[in-house]
Design a protein around this ligand. Structure first.
Ligand SMILES: [Fe+2]
Ligand SMILES: [Fe+2]
Length: 500
């Protein structure tokens, strides 16, 4: 069952068999294997390291968590003498371990009645696999801001859901994470490690309750490195090592805990983890066979993959980014925008709401009216999108387009209240596509508008808030492609079934 076989004997870290195919090269732009020449100056690892900051905020972690975790995991791998092939597969598993993080946020919110980011953040510092740890975790996180009756109701709800609920939360997340890693064309050991991120050495982890060497060696490293990163940052190295010792043979592989103790005095290394921007330290650990340029096709693929992460955050926006991508591209084409421009618009559309990953599902999925404070938080998401995307040098222009998708020609939009003079045709096109998609899709607080009703609303705003030419072009695009007309009807996602 496990990578190391079922003999129960410890095999050497070097001997564990993995089949590490290079990034698949199918010539069709569908994996990270090939592509044009646009981003040749920057490597795929740099793009993904920057985008991993979006995964961090979804997990309620400070930006840089996944990258620091990657530094620690690669140092542990070096210490246990992991083979070159395995280290290569490990590198991206460390960076992208949280690819599935958004997919269970809505369900977490529903189960706990609390801000998913806070619940997720707290799980990283607690030993929830012990009974006392689980009770104190639940006590703190059920209805965090609620009244006593709300807390009691929360306890009852969680009790009714039972342990299956916890397993389900992890299952949704790890299946989604491994699935997106496969879409990106990563080798199976990388995907498997992401899938087994929350398995524990003693078999009490999730989702499959694998034990000891049944767990992928790479996943064992991920499990330890991510927890060490949190303890190191929230407390110190000594506390991180004590935590690892406490969880030896329960959560963690004892050999890896030994490896952590061995590198404890490597001050030079720990100094690199503490630098302000840990991305600057990644190059030292990047496997040579993975140092591939971020070509145009690879950037497109990465954009599509992260659109899935964004869309999985809320059951109400399932496929929103993907549909805005199609609508914006088709609208832009009818406005006479060239292929290069359309490619940028498509990427901006796929990633325009990446900043929403940092907004709680308590707000995103709220059925009632938002408070002023909640609305202010929603209004921050274009700025967060812009900040995250700006860190990826080939996405600088994409960041500007995406950051303005809620701006309006008459200055009534957000987050900067820009007016027509500052809004390019690309931003105007994206804005129109975003509004149309949102209007035709179901929301927790209203039914979807029909395509005709949505178009009427757009026409009312044409020439004032929205660009009139873009509205006409969108109308043509929708008339030409009927599949673009209607958005999502009803909540759809793995988490949707439990929303009640
Ligand atoms: Fe938005
Ligand atoms: Fe949007």
């Amino acid at each position: 069952m496990g990578d190391a076989g079922d003999s129960g004997e410890r095999s050497s870290w070097k001997d564990v068999d993995t089949t590490l195919a290079p990034f698949a090269d199918d010539g069709g732009g569908s994996t990270l294997g090939e592509g044009g020449s646009e981003g040749d100056e920057i490597r795929v690892s740099e793009v993904l390291a920057s985008l991993s900051f979006a995964l961090d905020v979804t997990e309620g972690q400070p930006e840089g968590h996944a990258v620091r975790n990657a530094l620690i995991g690669m140092r542990l791998a070096e210490e246990v003498d992991l083979s070159g092939q395995q280290s290569s597969a490990l590198f991206y598993a460390l960076l992208l371990k949280d690819l599935g993080c958004s997919s269970n946020a809505a369900k977490m919110c529903y189960l706990f009645g609390s801000d998913d980011r806070a619940v997720k953040r707290d799980v990283k510092t607690r030993d929830w696999s012990s009974l006392t740890g689980a009770i104190s975790y639940v006590a703190k996180n059920v209805a965090r801001d609620g009244t006593v009756p709300e807390k009691i109701a929360g306890f009852v709800k969680l009790g009714l859901e039972g342990p299956e609920a916890a397993r389900d939360l992890v299952r949704i997340r790890c299946e989604q994470g491994a699935g997106i890693a496969r879409i990106l064309g990563f080798p199976e050991p990388t995907c498997r490690a992401i899938h087994q991120l929350d398995e524990h050495w003693n078999g009490d982890g999730h989702p499959e309750g694998r034990q000891g060497e049944e767990i992928s060696p790479l996943a064992r490293i991920l499990g330890l490195s991510q927890t060490v990163e949190v303890f190191l940052r929230e407390f110190d190295l000594r506390t991180a090592c004590e935590m690892a010792e406490d969880r030896r043979r329960t959560w963690f592989d004892p050999d890896l805990v030994d490896a952590l103790h061995s590198i404890r005095d490597d001050r030079e290394f720990w100094a690199t983890v503490a630098v302000r921007d840990p991305r600057s330290q990644l190059g030292r650990w990047e496997p040579d066979d993975r140092a591939v340029p971020a070509t145009g096709d690879r950037l497109d693929l990465i954009s599509r993959a992260f659109a899935r992460v964004v869309d999985a955050k809320s059951p109400w926006t399932y496929r929103h980014s993907e549909r805005v991508g199609e609508l914006a591209t088709e609208t832009g084409r009818r406005l006479g925008i060239g292929e290069e421009g359309l490619r940028k618009i498509h990427r901006a559309a796929l990633l325009h709401d990446i900043g929403k990953l940092g907004v709680s599902n308590m707000i995103l999925d709220k059925e009632g009216e938002l408070t002023d404070e909640e609305y202010a938080e929603i209004k921050r998401h274009p700025r967060t999108s812009q900040r995250i995307l700006r860190r990826v040098s080939p996405f600088r222009e994409v960041a500007e387009i995406a950051g303005r998708h809620h701006e309006r020609l008459d200055g009534t939009g957000y987050h900067r209240g820009l007016d027509a003079d500052s809004l390019s045709l690309a931003s105007r096109t994206l804005a129109v596509a975003d509004v149309y998609e949102a209007l035709t899709a179901d929301r927790p607080y209203r039914d979807p508008f029909s395509p005709g009703e949505a178009m009427e609303i757009l026409r009312d705003d044409a020439g004032t808030a929205l660009d009139a030419d873009a509205v006409s072009a969108l109308e043509e695009a929708v008339a030409d492609a009927s599949h673009l007309a209607r958005g999502q009807q009803g909540p759809q996602s793995p988490a949707a079934g439990n929303r009640g």
